[in-house]
Design a protein around this ligand. Structure first.
Ligand code: UTP
Length: 407
C-alpha cells in the first residue's frame, strides 16, 4: 500500500488521526507506524459497531460425568488414555499470552514464584504435572506454548534458564498470538506513542489460527496426533494430559471434553456449561437469570452447577474445519496507556479503552457435543488471578499445601 492509498483507507475508516504526528517522525518510526497500520485486523470494527448481538437462543442444562462414576471407572479410563498418549495421539497447548493485569506482576504469569521457603514457579508446577504423565506413558507429549509478543522473550528465556524444568526441549514449541488494536470509547484506535498503535493480545480463543499463522499446523496434520489438550497458565493444580480425562472422552464417543468443577454457590462468578441450541456452550454468570442461577434438579443440586476451568480436549480434525470461520470478538473495557492529541503520554486511572478479544470457550460451541468431566475442586482448581483475596496467590498457596506441597 502506498502512502496515498493508506491515507485514504484510514480516512474511509475514520482513523486518519493515526497519521497525526507524521511530520515529527524519522524514517524508521514512519516504517513502524505504516507496518502496524497495514497489519491491523479490521474485524474489530464490526464488533465495535454491532456489539456481540445475542440472538434469541435456547439454553438448556447439560449433564456431566460425575465424580463417583469417574472414580468407579478410573482404571479403565486411565488405561485407554495412556495408550492413546503412548501412541502419540495427544498434544498440549498452554495458553500463556495473557497480561495478568489483576495479579500485577510485571513478568509472564508462569514465572511467578508461589514458593515461600523455596522456588516453585507456576510454569514449574505445570511441567511437573505433565512429567508425571510422560513417565506413566513412557512417551514425550508435544507441548505448544502460546505467548504474546509482549511476553514471548521473557517466557522463552525463563524456560531456557531453568532447563525446561526437565521437559525435553525438542517437544516444546513456542508461538506468538495475534494482536488487536485498542480503541477509545468512540472506536478510534489509540496510539501508544507517536508512531505505535496501542496493540494488545487478541484473547485466548484465537490460538488455533495463530498456530496456523505460525506454520505449526502442517506438522500436526501430518502426524499421528488426534487430540489437543488446551489449558490456562494460572491454575496451579491443573492436571494436564490427564489420561483419565482423555480416556473418558474417547470412551464416551463425544467430540470434545471440558473439565468442570461443581459451583461453590449459585452466585459464584464462573462461566457454566450448558447447551445452546443443542450445542455445548458456556454461559457467563452475568448472562444468567436469577431463575437459572437458582434452579435445582430433583436431587437438590444446581441445574447449571458446573463451572468450566479452562481445560479442554479438542479433536484436531474438527478444529481444522473451524479455520475458515472467524471467532466472535468480545469487547472488554480496560485501562490502556496512550498519547493524547498533543503527544503527551497518559496513564489512565480508570478504564478508558475497548479491547477486542476472542475467547477459548467459543470454540467449544463449534463442537457437536462435549463430555462434561467433573473434577474435585480441592484437588484440581487453584487459580491465581489476583494478588490477594479470592482466587489469589494466598488461596492457591493454601490449596497447594492442602495437596501435600511444601512451599
Ligand atoms: P485471563 O482471562 O485470566 O486473562 O486468562 P489474563 O490476561 O491472564 O489476566 P487479567 O485478566 O489481565 O488479570 C485466562 C488464560 O488465557 C490466557 C492467559 O494467559 C490465561 O492462561 N490468555 C489470555 C492468553 O493466552 N491470551 C490472551 O490474550 C488472554
Amino acid at each position: 500500500m502506498n502512502f496515498e492509498e493508506r491515507k485514504s483507507m484510514l480516512e474511509g475508516k475514520q482513523q486518519v488521526h493515526l497519521l497525526r504526528f507524521l511530520d515529527q517522525l524519522n524514517d524508521d518510526e514512519k516504517q513502524i507506524l505504516f507496518s502496524q497500520i497495514d497489519a491491523v485486523d479490521w474485524g474489530f470494527e464490526q464488533a465495535f459497531h454491532t456489539g456481540r448481538k445475542k440472538e434469541d437462543t435456547m439454553i438448556e442444562e447439560i449433564d456431566a460425568l460425575h465424580l463417583e462414576k469417574i472414580r468407579a471407572a478410573s482404571e479403565r479410563y486411565r488405561s485407554i488414555g495412556l495408550q492413546a498418549i503412548t501412541e502419540g495421539k495427544l498434544c498440549l497447548l498452554l495458553l500463556a499470552g495473557g497480561q495478568g493485569t489483576r495479579l500485577g506482576f510485571d513478568k509472564p504469569k508462569g514465572c511467578f514464584n508461589v514458593g515461600i521457603t523455596k522456588e516453585l514457579y507456576i510454569f514449574q508446577l505445570l511441567i511437573d504435572h505433565t512429567l508425571d504423565v510422560v513417565r506413566a506413558a513412557d512417551a514425550w507429549i508435544p507441548l505448544y506454548i502460546m505467548t504474546s509478543n509482549i511476553n514471548y522473550q521473557d517466557t522463552v528465556t525463563f524456560f531456557e534458564a531453568h532447563d525446561y524444568f526437565g521437559y525435553n526441549p525438542a517437544y516444546v514449541h513456542f508461538f506468538v498470538q495475534e494482536l488487536n488494536p485498542a480503541t477509545d470509547f468512540n472506536g478510534k484506535i489509540l496510539l501508544k506513542s507517536k508512531y505505535e498503535l496501542a496493540l494488545s493480545p487478541n484473547g485466548n480463543g484465537g490460538w488455533f489460527s495463530s498456530m496456523h499463522k505460525a506454520g505449526l499446523l502442517d506438522g500436526i496434520f501430518d502426524s499421528n496426533l488426534e487430540w489437543i489438550n488446551v489449558f490456562s497458565v494460572d491454575n496451579v493444580l491443573q492436571r494436564i494430559a490427564d489420561p483419565v480425562f482423555l480416556g473418558a472422552t474417547i470412551d464416551s464417543g463425544k467430540m470434545s471434553g471440558a473439565k468442570v468443577v461443581r459451583k461453590a454457590c449459585p452466585e459464584e462468578k464462573v462461566g457454566v456449561m450448558c447447551k445452546e441450541d443443542g450445542k455445548p456452550h458456556i454461559i457467563e454468570y452475568y448472562e444468567m437469570t436469577d431463575d437459572m442461577l437458582n434452579k435445582r434438579l430433583p436431587d437438590g443440586s444446581l441445574a447449571y452447577g458446573f463451572g468450566a476451568i479452562l481445560n479442554y480436549l479438542f479433536p484436531i480434525q474438527r478444529l481444522k474445519e473451524t479455520l475458515d470461520k472467524s471467532m466472535p470478538l468480545h469487547i472488554v473495557k480496560k485501562k490502556v496507556p496512550y498519547v493524547d492529541e498533543s503527544g503527551n503520554p497518559v496513564t489512565p486511572a480508570e478504564p478508558n479503552a475497548f479491547k477486542f478479544e476472542t475467547l477459548a470457550l467459543d470454540l467449544i460451541h463449534e463442537m457437536d457435543d462435549c463430555l462434561i468431566f467433573e473434577v474435585d475442586r480441592e484437588h484440581e482448581f487453584a487459580p491465581v488471578k489476583n494478588s490477594t483475596g479470592v482466587d489469589s496467590v494466598d488461596t492457591a498457596r493454601a490449596l497447594l499445601e492442602k495437596n501435600g506441597y511444601t512451599l
